[in-house]
Design a protein around this ligand. Structure first.
Ligand code: KIV
Length: 301
């Protein structure tokens, strides 16, 4: 039986006819994630934004849940991630943390919560920690080093994020694969080394060519976690709603879908609506009753 956590303990019941469920684990922490570098066992991270998604991620045995600022797009209906605030992130981080999940809870520092300097960054990171995050993630490399160091100095673990950084949507000219020429690839490697040397416990690599992700992974002392960065990272992350098919649009090529829950949920709700309209819902078993001898008295009062 595979074990994933720091001190794995009680095995769970294997699901019917499927692969054995992962063993129940102790709470995942930043030092444990950091220690997975070179272990040969890929880290698994998925986004979660509320209690139900956190419970699903926990039940699936992932290592980390990321309360990503993708919240803006997949849950709140915005066109990009620039619209969520620290208050929005704290609200959703708290919902995830209240489920006391075994995976480590990482929360994104949203746009403009750390771009104005180290003081604001530390204060905003603290808001997310008080909401239940065990670490924060922020986008950018050497440009953000001062901020990264200040947050780590405040005893808050930091996860870096390089490559296609969605908070730079306007300056990148859209969601575009990064690091495609030699200079850009070298800059990414230098950024990753700087983040690793500064003490980040892991680095997300998003939307970069596989060979660049591989070079970065080989150049840094901490785990890399890829999304659209090929198979040579120390782990992988995907957005919850993408993996589960909570969207009718064609997903980007790096997404692998394991369910079509949007279609399934729509079909389930339409069957319920049909039952209501046809008078089939609720039935007797779904209804509360008075004791038989109380009914005549009530009717004839
Ligand atoms: O916000 C998010 O979902 C992320 C992942 C794409 C890594 O940052």
């Amino acid at each position: 039986m595979a074990t994933y956590g720091p001190e794995s303990t009680t095995p769970t019941t294997p699901p019917m006819g499927g692969a054995p469920a992962p063993a129940r684990r102790s709470k995942v922490t930043a030092p444990w994630v950091r220690s997975r570098k070179g272990s040969g066992q890929p880290l698994v991270m998925v986004t979660a934004y509320d209690a139900p998604s956190a419970r699903v991620a926990d039940g699936a045995g992932v290592d980390l849940v990321l309360v990503g600022d993708s919240l803006a797009m997949v849950v709140l209906g915005y066109e990009d991630t620039l619209h969520v605030t620290v208050e929005d992130m704290a609200h959703h981080t708290a919902a995830v943390a209240r489920t006391s999940p075994t995976p480590m809870v990482v929360a994104d520092l949203p746009w403009m919560s750390y771009h104005t300097g180290a003081y604001d960054a530390v204060r905003n990171a603290a808001v997310l920690v008080r909401a239940g995050a065990q670490a924060v993630k922020l986008e950018g490399g050497r440009k953000r080093l001062e901020v990264v160091e200040a947050i780590i100095d405040a005893e808050i673990p930091v996860m870096g994020h390089l490559g296609l950084t969605p908070q730079s949507f306007h300056s990148m000219g859209g969601f575009k694969v990064q690091g495609k020429d030699l200079e850009a690839a070298k800059a990414l490697i230098d950024d990753a080394r700087a983040l690793s040397d500064a003490g980040c416990f892991a680095i997300v690599l998003e939307g970069i060519p596989d060979v660049v992700a591989q070079l970065i992974t080989e150049s840094v002392a901490v785990p890399t976690i890829g999304i659209g960065a090929g198979p040579h990272c120390d782990g992988q992350v995907l957005v919850f709603h993408d993996v589960l098919g909570f969207d009718e649009q064609r997903p980007p090529k790096f997404v692998r879908r394991y369910a079509a829950l949007q279609a399934e949920a729509t079909s389930a709700l339409s069957r319920w609506a049909e039952d209501v309209r046809a008078g089939r819902f609720p039935d007797d078993g779904e209804t509360y009753h008075l004791a038989a001898n109380a009914v005549p008295a009530l009717i004839h009062q």
